[in-house]
Every structure is written in structure tokens, then in C-alpha cells.
Design a protein around this ligand. Structure first.
Ligand code: ES4
Ligand code: ZN
Length: 319
């Protein structure tokens, strides 16, 4: 029996497995520049975040209809459930779809067709987090939030993803203020490829409650101390870090040191179709390669629920 856990860092478009991508390409008459699933898988050799994002945005062009988004989400939820995921806070990237003429309603209602029945069908509770693409303009982000207003009963919060370096959190101050005024929860990717200053800025300027990745906090001891003191959750993604070369090998991953330092770490899959595994695979990998004890693994699973947006009685953080 896999450890029950919550998944807090998962891009639904990053769950698009090659087989489903080809099936949707056929269904929608979209041409993919790969002969077959093997040829596509062979392209999953990434140098860095950008080389991954290029393929990620290319492949998601097969997603066109509500049915496509429903099928995508159901495939993810079935795999997640099999690996012990009981709750998933799911990112989606509407700007990448709006730019192709696929409307906000198609994306949100399509996903909701799966998410609305997920507890019943998969035993997984879900929430949706709308992410802004940080390499797009602040105005585009504001327009995206406006486009999402009719669907806010389906959306728990906002996040910030895509190419990090050169796009500091402060660029999105206004849209995060607007999101907060609408009662939305706030998270942001920071310190994946970007510097530790982006982590502090996401907390101070955007008012985020969690940091997605946050790995580079380790370069700034005072920041680590703050993250520990304020109990700021970090949603780490070990297999993603290896594939995108944020760490050299999994054996070099600083997760054990981060736990020892008292950071509130969680383990997640990020883009599991691309990075070699779902949530349980990430847990197994850190157990096997980093030698985490059962006690540490239970701590990670407990952290995932503490850091979630589920209602809970326990006092989560002092902030
Ligand atoms: C992402 Cl790994 C990662 N980092 C930033 N943005 C993303 N979007 C999808 N996966
Ligand atoms: Zn991510």
C-alpha cells in the first residue's frame, strides 16, 4: 500500500503521456512532428527548463476540446490514485491554450468534468490552481484573470510558472493583488532556476503561501532561516530537478539536508509524463537513492497535507 499523500505541484499539461498525445492528435487532426511514441520519448532529453518548455508547449497543441481536458485529467487521477495520492492541487496554464484559440471555458469545464467526479471515481479530492506564464506580460496575466472570473467557483488559487530567469515575481504584483481581492490563494514557482531573491520577493511582494521548488534557497542561509521560522512550505520535485539538470544526479539532491534544516518540504511530480514518474515514483526514488527512513517518508506525506489548501485544525505556520 503506497503512503497516502497530497500532490501540491503538478502541471496537468505535464501529465500528457505520449500515447494519449498521439491519440488526441489523431482525434483532432493535429500533425505532430514525431513518427511515433518512441520517437517522441527519445526527444525527452532536456538541457534545462527552457528546452523542456519548448516540447511541453508543442505537445499540448493536441488539447483542443472539453473531452480532451477531461480525458487528460482522468488519466492523471487514475495514475495518481494508484500511487497513494488522496488530494491533488492541480496547476493549469490557460494562456498556453487561449493563445491557440482554446477558450477558458473549454479548459476549466473540461478539467472539471473529471475533477468534479474525482472523489467518487478515483478517491482523490482536487483543487485547481490557475498559473500565469511569467514569460508573458503582466497585462496578459491580468487579462487571463479577468477571463477566469466566470469560473472562480472552480478555482482555488493562482500560481506563476514557465521560464523563470529574467521574470521576477514583482512583475506580477498587480495581478496577485487582484487575485487576493477575489479571495484566491496564492503560490508561485521561485528558486527553480532563478536566484534566492525571487523566493523572498514571491513572499514579500506576491504574498504567496507556498513556494514551488524553492531549491535555490540553500544559497542564502538567512532565507533558509526565514523559511523555517515562517513554516513556508516548499513543493520539491526531485525527478524534475534531475531531468532539468537543476541537480547533477538524484544522489546529489539536497532534500535530506533540507529536512534536517527544518524546512517544510513536500515531494511532488511536476510534469510526470516528461520527468519519469508520478508522486509515488518520486517518493520511491528519494527513498531508494537518498536513503530516507520510513519516518522521514511519513514526515513528507504529513507535510503534504499540512501544506495543502485543505481545511485542517492543526496550526500550520506562525505567519
Ligand atoms: C514547469 Cl518544471 C516547470 N517549471 C516552470 N514552469 C513549468 N511549467 C510546467 N512545468
Ligand atoms: Zn512546476
Amino acid at each position: 500500500m503506497p503512503l497516502p499523500k497530497a500532490e501540491l505541484h503538478l502541471h496537468i499539461e505535464g501529465t500528457l503521456e505520449p500515447e494519449l498525445a498521439f491519440a488526441l492528435a489523431v482525434r483532432n487532426g493535429v500533425e505532430l512532428p514525431y513518427a511515433d511514441t518512441d520517437a517522441l520519448r527519445a526527444a525527452y532529453r532536456f538541457e534545462d527548463l527552457q528546452s523542456f518548455l519548448d516540447l511541453y508547449y508543442e505537445l499540448m497543441t493536441v488539447l483542443r476540446t472539453e473531452q480532451d481536458f477531461e480525458d487528460l485529467a482522468n488519466a492523471y487521477l487514475a495514475r495518481a490514485a494508484a500511487q497513494g495520492v488522496r488530494h491533488a492541487e492541480i496547476f493549469f496554464d490557460p494562456q498556453a491554450h487561449l493563445a491557440r484559440g482554446v477558450g477558458m471555458g473549454t479548459v476549466v469545464e473540461g478539467l472539471w468534468r473529471a475533477l468534479g467526479k474525482s472523489e467518487q471515481n478515483h478517491g482523490v479530492s482536487t483543487q485547481l490552481i490557475l498559473c500565469f506564464l511569467r514569460d508573458e506580460s503582466a497585462e496578459s496575466a491580468l487579462g487571463t484573470l479577468r477571463a477566469a472570473e466566470p469560473y472562480l467557483d472552480r478555482i482555488t488559487g493562482v500560481g506563476l510558472d514557465s521560464a523563470e530567469v529574467g521574470h521576477p515575481p514583482a512583475k506580477f504584483r498587480r495581478v496577485y493583488e487582484a487575485a487576493a481581492a477575489l479571495g484566491l490563494r496564492r503560490v508561485a514557482h521561485a528558486g527553480e532556476e532563478g536566484p534566492p531573491e525571487y523566493i523572498a520577493e514571491a513572499l514579500d511582494v506576491l504574498g504567496v503561501e507556498r513556494i514551488d521548488h524553492g531549491l535555490r534557497c540553500l544559497e542564502d542561509p538567512a532565507l533558509v532561516e526565514r523559511l523555517v521560522r515562517e513554516r513556508v512550505p516548499l513543493t520539491l520535485c526531485p525527478l524534475s530537478n534531475v531531468r532539468l539538470r537543476t541537480v547533477d544526479t538524484l544522489a546529489d539532491h539536497p532534500l535530506p539536508a533540507m529536512l534536517d534544516a527544518g524546512l517544510l518540504c513536500t515531494v511532488n511530480s511536476d510534469d510526470p509524463a516528461y520527468f519519469g514518474g508520478y508522486a509515488g515514483d518520486n517518493f520511491d526514488a528519494v527513498r531508494d537513492t537518498l536513503g530516507l527512513t520510513e519516518e522521514r517518508l511519513r514526515e513528507l506525506a504529513r507535510n503534504s497535507f499540512l501544506a495543502s489548501f485543505l481545511e485542517h485544525d492543526e496550526e500550520r505556520r506562525a505567519r
